[in-house]
Design a protein around this ligand. Structure first.
Ligand code: NAD
Length: 523
């Protein structure tokens, strides 16, 4: 309205002054301003920041000036971009981390704690804007994004505290005048690689533990969801973390890992992602004698015994199955239900899936967002087609939803033979295959059939069964009669093909500490 008024005023003045050319130029300029304003306001509405590299305390575009586009998975629109690191950027990050290590490892745990607690508070104050950024780039419902941000702040707090408890011990000596003890030292510079499914949670399972231990870090964040990672780094920057202690890079994942892992400055690597890539990186770490933590895929059995409270079991399992569109490494992915409850469970799950509100995560009514990128659509379509061709019955869903955005229907399938890919590979999507079993032994055998061992769930009203099953499940984490995994104070990690090492809990900081033994004679 203001622009229109100005426009009319200028026009009137120009005409009364009989100045046609001037009037024409003014009109062109005004049209230009209007178009620009409109475009800018569109961009402002999107409110999504571009992401640069953070090296030695500075945000940089990177030497190659290359960028990767970031796509909103709900709309398939390009919403921004992220800078790519080249070898000389990585060299800068390595030198910065090495230099910063000299002072950070000698900074007292209490001073490290103070900076970390401040970063946690900064992040906590930004739950809303950072949650919005995460939903724009990752797709998950806004409530899930906000929860991830606030739980992330709790993770920083927990590890800040743990850093103050990295005790050594005094070991009684065999003879007098000998003083022998252990001290915990930081392992050195860490290269961390994190994925896109929980952009903040995944980095806050690694960064706070490393910082609290006194390590410096080069973090390669996920190119699909870079801006929420950058928000975490900004919180540490604003909290006063010295330059070079935490560096953030993006780029071609294989180029970065192949350069960083063997590099002599890097002493430890930590990776969260697929088992296939994890095995490659673990091999590279092993051949260079680097410490490694591997948080890899899972294929969690969820066993419902006939004496379980079906109402409770179903509610918890269904909502956790479709959380983050199933792109969760601890998602229940192989439902095993005992004969007596089988039909009822299938029917409830089918009903739940059919009525789940799937849509743009920014809509507060949405309960399941899109898959995070187009590769997932292709992968999930592949699982469904393979299961169908193996004779599986699709109870509901099974197809891409709509023709815009990476939406996939919440899918329930039964009668899936063990030869189908979905019964052997991590689905990482909104598919629930439900199988039946007759007795305890059968359930245990199927649960332990795969080489994965990250999470496992069981529902039963019998204390005896609960105790027995938690002993027999070959899994890094077991949760009985509820979904209780992944809190800051509890250890998280798998066995076998699901990786090694723990994140979170008191165990989490140990991964970044080395025990030094000292024996001293006082004369
Ligand atoms: P992917 O294994 O290719 O990528 C997973 C993450 O690892 C990504 O962030 C990627 O950038 C990174 N990555 C890939 N190759 C790398 C390399 N050579 N060096 C360093 N980092 C590398 O998988 P994807 O296509 O993104 O997702 C597919 C599968 O990954 C899923 O089916 C799931 O099994 C697994 N995944 C697991 C988790 C988890 O939390 N455990 C998270 C994301 C993906």
């Amino acid at each position: 309205q203001i622009i229109t008024k100005i426009f009319k005023g200028i026009k009137k003045w120009c005409f009364t002054q009989n100045c046609w050319i001037f009037s024409l130029i003014m009109i062109v300029i005004l049209i230009y301003i209007c178009i620009n304003y409109k475009l800018r306001s569109k961009k402002v509405n999107i409110n999504y920041p571009n992401t640069n590299l953070f090296i030695n305390g500075e945000w940089k575009t990177g030497h190659g000036k290359e960028t990767i586009e970031v796509i909103n998975p709900a709309t398939e629109e390009i919403i921004g971009n992220v800078a790519c690191a080249k070898t000389n950027d990585l060299d800068e990050a390595l030198s910065a981390a090495e230099e910063a290590s000299k002072t950070w490892k000698n900074t007292t745990p209490f001073d490290r704690y103070r900076i970390m607690r401040k970063a946690a508070e900064i992040l906590r104050d930004r739950v809303d804007p950072v949650g919005q950024i995460m939903t724009l780039e990752q797709g998950k419902p806004i409530a899930e994004s906000k929860l991830e941000v606030s739980l992330g702040a709790d993770r920083i707090d927990w590890m800040a505290e743990e850093g103050r408890r990295t005790y050594g011990k005094l070991i009684p000596a065999r003879s007098g005048n000998i003083y022998q003890f252990t001290v915990k030292e930081p392992v050195g510079t860490v290269a961390a690689f994190t994925p896109w499914n929980f952009p903040i949670n995944q980095i806050l399972q690694k960064v706070p533990a490393a910082l609290a231990a006194g390590c410096t870090i080069i973090l390669k964040g996920p190119e699909e969801t870079p801006a929420s990672c950058a928000e975490v780094v900004k919180a540490f920057e604003e909290a006063g973390l010295p330059k070079g202690v935490l560096n953030l890079v993006f780029g071609t994942p294989s180029e970065i890992s192949e350069y960083l892992i063997p590099h002599p400055i890097v002493r430890k690597i930590t990776f969260t992602g697929s088992t296939a890539i994890g095995k490659q990186l673990a091999a590279l770490a092993g051949s260079n004698m680097k410490l490694a933590t591997m948080e890899l895929g899972g294929h969690a059995p969820a066993i419902v015994f006939e004496d379980a409270n079906i109402e409770k079991a179903f509610k918890i399992l269904a909502s956790n199955k479709f959380r983050n569109a199933g792109q969760v490494c601890i998602s229940p992915t192989r439902f095993l239900v005992q004969d007596k409850l089988y039909e009822e469970f299938v029917s409830r799950m089918t009903d739940f899936a059919e009525n789940l509100n799937v849509g743009d995560g920014l809509n507060p009514d949405t309960r399941m967002g899109p898959l995070a990128h187009d590769r997932r659509i292709e992968a999930i379509e592949g699982f469904v087609a393979d299961a169908k061709s193996n004779g599986a019955k699709i109870r509901t869903g099974g197809s891409r939803k709509g023709n815009k955005g990476y939406f996939f229907e919440p899918t329930v399938m039964t009668d899936v033979p063990l030869s189908a890919r979905i019964m052997n590979e991590e689905p990482f999507g909104p598919i629930a295959p439900i199988s039946r079993f007759s007795n305890y032994e059968e359930a245990v055998e199927e649960a332990n059939r795969l080489p994965y061992g990250l999470a496992a769930y069981a529902y039963t009203n019998s204390t005896k069964t609960a105790e027995a099953i938690s002993n027999e499940l070959e899994s890094g984490m077991v949760s009985i009669n509820h979904h209780g995994l992944g809190l800051p104070e509890t250890p998280f990690g798998g066995v076998q093909d699901s990786g090694y090492g723990k994140e979170g809990g008191s165990e989490g900081i140990e991964a970044y500490l080395s025990t030094k033994f000292v024996s001293q004679s006082n004369s």
